[in-house]
Ligand binder design. Structure first.
Ligand code: E4P
Length: 217
C-alpha cells in the first residue's frame, strides 16, 4: 500500500519523507489556502522533495480551462498528477490529459458509479472521500469496498486512493480492503505508531536497564 501525505506543508512532508513514509502527496485548494503559499511555487517545492506523484488541483469548472490549467501544472515537474473534480467537464479533462500521457487524479468521488466513470475516462487515481461520507452518516469504507470489487471485476487499472482520511482506523480498513493508496494528514500517519503496550513495555525495559546498569556503548 502506498502512503500519500495530504498537505501542502513542506516541513511536515519532509519529516515523513526522511522516514521513507511518503510515496506521494495530495493537495487541494483548501490545503493550498491553509499553507498561505502560491500554488505553483509550493507545488514545485513539493515536487523537488518527493519522487512520487504530487496531485495539484485545477481551479476551473469547464473542461477547456481545466485542460489548459492541467497543462500548466504539468510543466512544474514530471511527477505532477493533475487533480480534476468528478463532473462531466472534469472527466472530459481527465480523458484528454490522460490520453496525452499525464497522470490524472479524479477527486470528490462519493459513489461507485462515479468511480466507474472515472476509470473509463482513463483516471490514474480515483479519490473516494471516506471522512466526508462518515460525516453525513454513510459508511465511507463501504464505498472503498464497492470500488475495489468493481475495478477487480473488470480489470480497471485506476488506483483507488482512499482520501478524506480522519483516523488510523480508516487507514487500517483501507489496507484490509485493498485500496492501492491512502492519503492522510501527517498527524494521522504519525498516530499509527501509538500503542500503550509499546510505551509500557519500553518503560519497564528502561527501568531494568537503569537497575542493572546495562551499557552497550
Ligand atoms: C484528497 O485528495 C483530499 O485533499 C482530502 O483527503 C480531503 O480531506 P478532508 O475531507 O479531510 O478535507
Amino acid at each position: 500500500m502506498k502512503f500519500f501525505v495530504d498537505t501542502a506543508e513542506i516541513d511536515a512532508i519532509a519529516e515523513l519523507n526522511d522516514l521513507g513514509m511518503v510515496d506521494g502527496v495530495t493537495t487541494n485548494p483548501s490545503l493550498i489556502k491553509k499553507s498561505g503559499r502560491d500554488i505553483i511555487e509550493v507545488t514545485k517545492e513539493i515536487c523537488d522533495l518527493v519522487d512520487g506523484p504530487v496531485s495539484a488541483e485545477v481551479t476551473a469548472t469547464d473542461a477547456d480551462t481545466m485542460i489548459a490549467e492541467g497543462r500548466k501544472l504539468l510543466e512544474i515537474a514530471d511527477n505532477i498528477a493533475v487533480k480534476v473534480p468528478l463532473t462531466w467537464d472534469g472527466l472530459k479533462a481527465c480523458k484528454t490529459l490522460s490520453d496525452g500521457g499525464a497522470m490524472v487524479n479524479v477527486t470528490l468521488c462519493f459513489s461507485a458509479n462515479q468511480a466507474l466513470l472515472a476509470a473509463k475516462a482513463g483516471a490514474t487515481f480515483i479519490s473516494p472521500f471516506i471522512g466526508r461520507l462518515d460525516d453525513i452518516n454513510l459508511d465511507g469504507m463501504d464505498l472503498i469496498e464497492d470500488i475495489r470489487t468493481i475495478y477487480d471485476n473488470y480489470g480497471f487499472n485506476t488506483q483507488i486512493l482512499a482520501a478524506s482520511i480522519r483516523s488510523v482506523n480508516h487507514i487500517l480498513d483501507s489496507a484490509r480492503i485493498g485500496a492501492d493508496v491512502i492519503t492522510a494528514p501527517p498527524g494521522v500517519i504519525k498516530n499509527m505508531i501509538n500503542h500503550p503496550l509499546t510505551d509500557k513495555g519500553l518503560d519497564a525495559f528502561l527501568k531494568d536497564i537503569a537497575a542493572a546498569d546495562i551499557k552497550i556503548l
